[in-house]
Structures are given as C-alpha cells and as structure tokens.
Design a protein. Structure first.
Length: 75
C-alpha cells in the first residue's frame, strides 16, 4: 500500500478574482496566451485574458496532478 501526497486544487469554481484595479491597464497589449489584445493583466503583470489565464491555470493543475500520479513529485 502506497501513500500519495495530497493533490493540488484549483481555486473555488476554477475562477480567478481579477476585480482589483491592479489587473487592469489602460493600454491594450497582446494576451500572453492567445495573442489578442487585452487590457487585463495577470498576477505577474503580464497581459492576459481572464478566461485564458483560467484555462492555463486549469491545465497547470491537471499537469501537476499528472506529475503526482506518474512520478510522485513536481518537476
Ligand atoms: Zn487571451
């Protein structure tokens, strides 16, 4: 019987809270994910649509879960 570490979990509902003004810029820049212009910024100040960032976050969580399943650690 093997003990597995707890899996990472996405935020509740898988949605990010980008209501704060720090996530908004008056200058539209290409989204880091899809390349289309956006006024939104992610938590690192990079241009990104909220929906694109949420999709990327969900993918990261899925990848992290896979890493736990396959290797037992994150790389
Ligand atoms: Zn986008």
């Amino acid at each position: 019987m093997t003990h597995r570490p707890p899996r990472p979990h996405p935020p509740p509902g898988g949605l990010l809270d980008w209501g704060h003004s720090s996530h908004w810029s008056r200058e539209a820049r290409p989204c880091r994910y899809c390349g289309r212009p956006t006024n939104l910024r992610d938590s690192k100040g990079k241009a990104a649509h909220k929906c694109c960032a949420e999709a990327a976050l969900a993918q990261q969580v899925a990848d992290a879960a896979d890493a736990y399943e396959n290797e037992g650690h994150l790389t």
